[in-house]
Design a protein. Structure first.
Length: 390
């Protein structure tokens, strides 16, 4: 097979890139190592920045998002029983975030690509990248016992942290920066009404907690836990008791509990790989960077990569303009590092660190107090939360 852009990875980043390129007449093929059912079975957060919502409208995949997405004009941060409300709409001239599951974004993109007759190949085993430093890069994979070869002008690596794309950049070229956090998030999905209409982040002497939602009858809750805990350590009763203890009393008293329908523990890390392009290979999303989920930037950061990369490819193929592709890594990384900074800051503000001394605990309390009483601090938080401009 031959195509203009071979997209490695069939998650939301790869599918959104494919959709935007298809709408602009750029031929592409998506390759995914897993089955479609596996991709759609992954439970991920779904707080969408204004920029991502606008991009989904541009891709003409926002019909269900408009009907089912929960638009949030603010959220709350609690420090013990003190609560700070962040009015996103007021602080950012009407901007907001939309709660809509990442799985639903993926489903909408699949449907649009299927309708358009786009090529998405699943179960692409033993996938490998070749000849990236030539004018004829290739992707090979096995399917039904036979090796397949796709030749392309460019390869877009949207295959996540564990995919082969980033590893295809030589060690002599690639620089990686990583910070691993000494705790994880235990997440529970339950068919219960949310405890509040807006998200609530909570910091407590026992650790962090988050009250989120997927819909009016589907709630997503998290508590900070030791990174080496297992799901088996946490019964539903233990989880609900711990969550209640970390929330302000009034909020805890209104919490509706129920059986968990999904439960998992996720480690937290900050990670950036530079550069995000090398010769004919361009990275986007988790293949190039990871953020802790505290600032809800993972999917949104992938979307900004896709924004820059899709326009660069369109400029190259449709307008014979090469500079956006040459500048892609520099352009994308400028926004990546700002999102990394914000996610790191939110994580430091809200979590209990095992080695935290009393001085650092008082600094953490002072940081929250400053946020509680400073409009400038609230504005800085709101500006980053709704998403910096592309």
């Amino acid at each position: 097979m031959k195509t203009q852009v071979a997209i490695v990875g069939g998650g939301p980043a790869g599918l959104l890139l494919s959709r935007l390129l298809h709408l602009n007449g750029v031929d592409n093929v998506v390759l995914e190592r897993r089955s479609r059912d596996y991709v759609l079975g992954r439970i991920r957060a779904g707080v969408l920045e204004q920029g991502l919502v606008d991009l989904l409208h541009e891709a003409d995949v926002a019909e269900r998002l408009k009907a089912e997405g929960e638009v949030h004009a603010g959220f709350n941060i609690a420090f013990h029983d003190d609560v700070c409300h962040i009015d996103l709409a007021q602080l950012t001239d009407g901007k907001n975030v939309t709660v809509y599951g990442q799985t639903e974004v993926t489903r909408d993109l699949y449907e649009a690509l299927d309708t358009a007759g786009a090529t998405v190949i699943h179960d692409a085993e033993n996938l490998a990248l070749h000849d990236i430093d030539t004018d004829s890069p290739k992707v090979t994979f096995d399917q039904n016992g036979q090796e397949q070869i796709i030749s392309a002008a460019f390869i877009a690596g949207c295959d996540g942290f564990h995919g082969p794309s980033r590893q295809a950049i030589p060690n002599s070229v690639r620089q990686e920066y990583e910070l691993t956090y000494p705790f994880g998030w235990l997440g529970v999905l339950s068919e219960t009404p949310p405890v509040a209409e807006e998200l609530m982040y909570a910091s407590h002497e026992s650790g962090f907690a988050l009250c989120s939602l997927r819909s009016r009858q589907l709630s997503r809750y998290y508590v900070q836990c030791p990174v080496d805990d297992s799901v088996a350590d946490w019964s539903d009763d233990r989880f609900w008791d711990e969550l209640k203890s970390r929330l302000p009393t009034e909020v805890a008293n209104s919490l509706v509990t129920g059986p968990s329908i999904e439960k998992s523990i996720a480690p937290l890390r900050s990670f950036v790989a530079e550069p995000m392009s090398w010769n004919r290979l361009f990275l986007a999303g988790d293949s190039a960077h990871i953020v802790p989920p505290t600032g809800a930037k993972g999917l949104n950061l992938a979307a900004s990569d896709v924004y820059y990369l899709s326009r660069a490819f369109v400029d190259y193929f449709n307008r014979d303009v090469e500079s956006p592709l040459r500048d892609y890594s520099k352009t994308a990384l400028a926004r990546v590092w700002k999102a990394e900074r914000f996610s790191w800051w939110m994580t430091r503000l809200l979590h209990l660190f095992p080695d935290q001394n009393k001085f650092e605990q008082r600094l953490q309390a002072a940081e929250f107090n400053y946020l509680l009483n400073s409009e400038a601090a609230k504005l800085a938080l709101a500006e980053n939360y709704v998403g910096l401009e592309y």
